[in-house]
Design a protein around this ligand. Structure first.
Ligand code: CP
Ligand code: NVA
Length: 310
């Protein structure tokens, strides 16, 4: 290892943690959530600072990390591309060296995964992926926690992914591989998810379906995401055409298990990737899913900064 390179534990993609670490994190998240709901103060990160770097827009990620860190007694510094020297071509290596001498943990939302990896390799402190073009591990952490809250376990369940083979789909794939459930994937041609790039080891952890309705059959969870992710706006018009049949509707939900949950990381476009009647209907758990971002990320920050508690 080169001098000054990172020795910290980072969370750059879902496969960075083992199943047993997820079991621990979900237990901690449940405890931390219960304390929050009971208005019990829990401040293990007093005098610790989180730096957040946003190179793309955010509502949930920004608020959940910022509120979560303050609730745990710490403080937060927020940077964007335009208000930092990152936007004026300061090397990411130099930025990482400087920021990580002043704070205790960093969360980054950016474009290429490689940029996040370069930052982490030069950081003295843990780095968290707050979304890249390739992965969105904090979201799947919240999604799996929400499924466990609602249904007890993920093991043996079927999750149907309908739509773009994007950062969310690739992260669901990694989660299926590690946590022992099956992902049914249906994407339009040309927008497939790349299981090899995601490093999936268990070839039976996912099944590909041409027809989204078939992907939803007997699923315990049906989930989707926007047709055009951040950074791909130039392709929006052609994507609108390509994805027209990949709108999660009542027929797809009816094909799923009668108790199936509908999930969406948000923001959502009603009438595009999901019908309003589905996302606003009784099977939708999207608001719990969004709230749980904060609880799981508090557990994640606690783990990365302090290690295991007890
Ligand atoms: N789901 C999610 O990451 O939302 P934001 O883009 O608002 O952070
Ligand atoms: N796939 C979406 C997720 C937004 C939270 C994007 O990357 O824009």
């Amino acid at each position: 290892m080169k001098p000054g390179m990172s020795l910290s534990k980072h969370y750059l993609q879902f496969r960075d943690f083992r199943a047993e670490e997820y079991a621990y994190l979900f237990e901690r998240a449940a405890i931390i959530k219960k304390r929050f709901k009971n208005y019990e103060k829990y401040t293990p990160l007093v005098d610790r600072t989180l730096a957040m770097i946003f190179e793309k827009a955010s509502t949930r990620t920004r608020v959940s990390f910022e509120a979560g860190m303050y609730q745990m007694g710490g403080s937060v510094v927020n940077l964007t591309t335009t208000d930092s020297q990152l936007g004026r071509a300061e090397p990411v290596e130099d930025t990482a060296r400087v920021i990580s001498r002043m704070v205790d943990i960093v969360m980054i939302r950016t474009f290429e995964q490689t940029k996040l990896e370069t930052f982490a390799a030069n950081s003295r402190v843990p780095v968290i992926n707050g979304l890249t073009n390739e992965y969105h591990p904090c979201q799947i952490l919240a999604d799996v926690f929400t499924c466990i809250e609602q249904r007890g376990t993920m093991e043996g369940k079927i999750v149907a992914w309908v739509g773009d083979g994007n950062n969310m789909a690739a992260t669901w794939l990694q989660a299926a591989d590690i946590l022992g459930f099956t992902l049914h994937v249906s994407t339009p041609g040309g927008y497939e998810v790349d299981a090899a790039a995601a490093g999936v080891k268990r070839s039976d952890c996912f099944r590909i379906f041409r027809d989204p309705l078939d992907a939803c059959r007997n699923a315990d969870v049906v989930t989707t995401d926007v047709w055009t992710s951040m950074g791909y706006e130039d392709e929006s018009a052609e994507r609108m055409k390509a994805f027209a049949d990949w709108c999660v509707d009542r027929e797809m939900m009816a094909a799923a298990h009668p108790d199936a949950l509908f999930m969406h990381c948000l923001p959502a476009h009603r009438g595009e990737e999901v019908e309003a009647e589905v996302i606003d209907g009784p099977q939708s758990v999207v608001w719990d899913e969004a709230e749980n971002r904060m609880h799981v990320q508090k557990a994640l920050m606690e783990y990365l900064v302090l290690g295991r508690i007890g």
